[in-house]
Every structure is written in structure tokens, then in C-alpha cells.
Write a protein that binds this ligand. Structure first.
Ligand code: NDP
Length: 257
């Protein structure tokens, strides 16, 4: 008999916001691949339903729920309903995110609110709802936030996004410090450059691609398979003494600037 893997998530219940496409979908599949039952939420129910079959194909229970994370009252209701459907909640991945680039001199309140409400306010109220459930159950849990290179460096025309992702880094540290007493670990990952719906407009520009690749020591963009390992690590017993930290997944970008 082989010893159980410290990365094994069998029997764990996870929820991924924005789990219907892009990086969130890759995360949901990685968690299910490691054994977790997974709930995915997003605004678009069509892509939620397409993704759920990929999770059940891995032999896991999977549920979906429509949720706009800027609707903070709904965050609690939907997360409680998902936890009920899964039979608990051990892992939350705050992945839902929104980016709009615009010169800072032209940013208006609407843009600021769309970005910051999704990336920071939404993440906080989802974390709060999940932590309420986790503290009630008394088994602890793991919360993983999607930070960004903009949590570390300033990128022109991305001020609202960078502000939200830097705030999310601060939130990760504060909640880690506050909820350690409940056995809840709060960590983050910071993807580098990944080609998704969010970043597609950049990838259409070959000059942008060349400029960015020159800044990435591994000389390639991130692939979806690059994401799941760090999330499974942070969700599992393998990281039981890690809290309040962020793992960049960036091909060496931050190490070399
Ligand atoms: P996508 O645009 O492909 O996906 C964004 C996801 O967030 C979708 O699932 C979308 O679902 C969901 N979402 C957006 N707004 C809301 C909302 N108000 N309520 C609920 N769900 C919402 O982007 P990525 O996959 O690239 O991004 C995923 C995360 O990774 C984001 O937090 C992003 O900031 C972060 N990230 C991405 C990087 C990259 O290079 N791609 C780099 C660094 C960080 P729906 O529209 O159906 O609601």
C-alpha cells in the first residue's frame, strides 16, 4: 500500500469563482484532478454548464451556481448554497477578475468601480462567506486569491487593476493573520502572462509578444498546465505551515526585473 500523498484532496470540497473559463477553469480541473469535489461560479451559466461536465468526467461531484461577485449580498447566499450541495467547504479560490486598461488621466469612477468591485470587494465578501462556513464547521480551510504581477510592480494604464491586485495582496496577509486562529490559511498566486479572454487583445499584437517574451527568463508565456500545481499545493496539507504568502507563476519575470 502506498502512503497517502500530502497533495491529495480526496473528500475536500472546493469552490472556484470564475471557474467557467480561463485560469479559473484550469484551477477547477486541477482541484478535481487532485480529488476534490468542486463548485464553480460565474455570471455566464452557459460556460458553467460546459465546464461542469469536464469536472464530472474526472469522477468528482461538481456543482454550478450563477454569481456576480460584485453583488456582495449574493456572495454569502450562493457560497452557502454551494457548500450545502457539496456537503461542506474546505477550499475557496477567489479567481473571478476583471481588467480594463486606460491611461490614468482618463479613468472614470465607473471603470474604477467595475475593476475594484470585482477584484477586491468581491474577493473579500466571498472570503468572508467561506470563512463563516469554515469556522462553523470547525475544520479550518484554505483560501487562495488570484493576485498578479501588478501586485508587485507598477504597469502603466493598469492603475485600477494594479490597485485592486495590490489590495488583494494586503487582504491575503491580513486575513491570514486574523484567521490562523480558526485553522484557515489564506494565500495567493500571482500568474505572469497567460493567454485568456482577459489578455487576448495584447496577444493579438506580435510586437507586444516579442517585448514581453524578452522580459521572461523562460522565454515563453504561461500555459494553463502551469497553474494547477501551485493551487493544489496551497489547498492541500503539503502547505499546512504556509499562510499569508503569494507564489508568482511567471517564468522568472519578477526575479529578473
Ligand atoms: P478571463 O477573462 O478569461 O476570466 C475571468 C473570469 O472571471 C471568468 O470566469 C468570468 O466569468 C469571471 N468574472 C469576471 N467578472 C466577474 C464578476 N463580476 N462576477 C463573477 N465572475 C466574474 O480571465 P483570466 O482567466 O485570465 O483571469 C482569471 C484570474 O486570474 C483573474 O483574477 C485575473 O485577474 C487573474 N490573472 C490573470 C492573468 C493572465 O495573464 N491571464 C495574470 C494575472 C492574474 P463570467 O464573465 O462568466 O462572470
Amino acid at each position: 500500500m502506498t502512503a497517502p500523498s500530502i497533495f491529495d484532496l480526496t473528500g475536500r470540497k472546493a469552490l472556484v469563482t470564475g471557474g467557467n473559463r480561463g485560469i479559473g477553469q484550469a484551477i477547477a480541473e486541477a482541484l478535481a484532478g487532485a480529488g476534490a469535489d468542486v463548485a464553480i461560479t460565474a455570471r455566464d451559466e452557459g460556460t458553467l454548464n460546459e465546464t461542469v461536465s469536464r469536472l464530472t468526467a474526472l469522477g468528482r461531484k461538481a456543482v454550478t451556481a450563477a454569481l456576480d461577485v460584485t453583488d456582495t449580498a449574493r456572495c454569502g447566499v450562493v457560497i452557502a448554497a454551494c457548500a450545502e450541495a457539496l456537503g461542506g467547504l474546505d477550499i475557496l479560490v477567489n479567481n473571478a477578475g476583471h481588467e480594463e486598461v486606460r491611461p490614468s488621466l482618463d479613468v472614470d469612477e465607473g471603470l474604477w468601480d467595475r475593476v475594484v468591485s470585482t477584484n477586491l470587494k468581491g474577493a473579500f465578501f466571498c472570503a468572508q462567506a467561506a470563512a463563516r462556513r469554515m469556522t462553523e464547521a470547525g475544520q479550518g480551510g484554505a483560501i487562495i486569491n488570484l493576485c498578479s504581477l501588478t501586485s508587485y510592480v507598477g504597469i502603466p494604464t493598469a492603475t485600477p487593476y494594479g490597485s485592486s491586485k495590490s489590495g488583494l495582496m494586503g487582504m491575503t496577509r491580513a486575513l491570514a493573520a486574523e484567521w490562523a486562529q480558526h485553522g484557515i490559511r489564506v494565500n495567493a498566486i500571482a500568474p505572469g502572462y497567460f493567454h485568456t479572454g482577459m489578455t487576448d487583445a495584447f496577444y493579438r499584437d506580435p510586437e507586444w509578444q516579442q517585448t514581453m517574451l524578452a522580459k521572461i527568463p523562460q522565454r515563453r508565456f504561461g500555459a494553463m498546465e502551469d497553474i494547477g500545481g501551485a493551487v493544489v499545493f496551497l489547498a492541500s496539507a503539503a502547505s499546512s505551515y504556509v499562510t499569508g504568502h503569494c507564489i508568482p507563476i511567471d517564468g522568472g519575470y519578477l526575479a529578473s526585473i
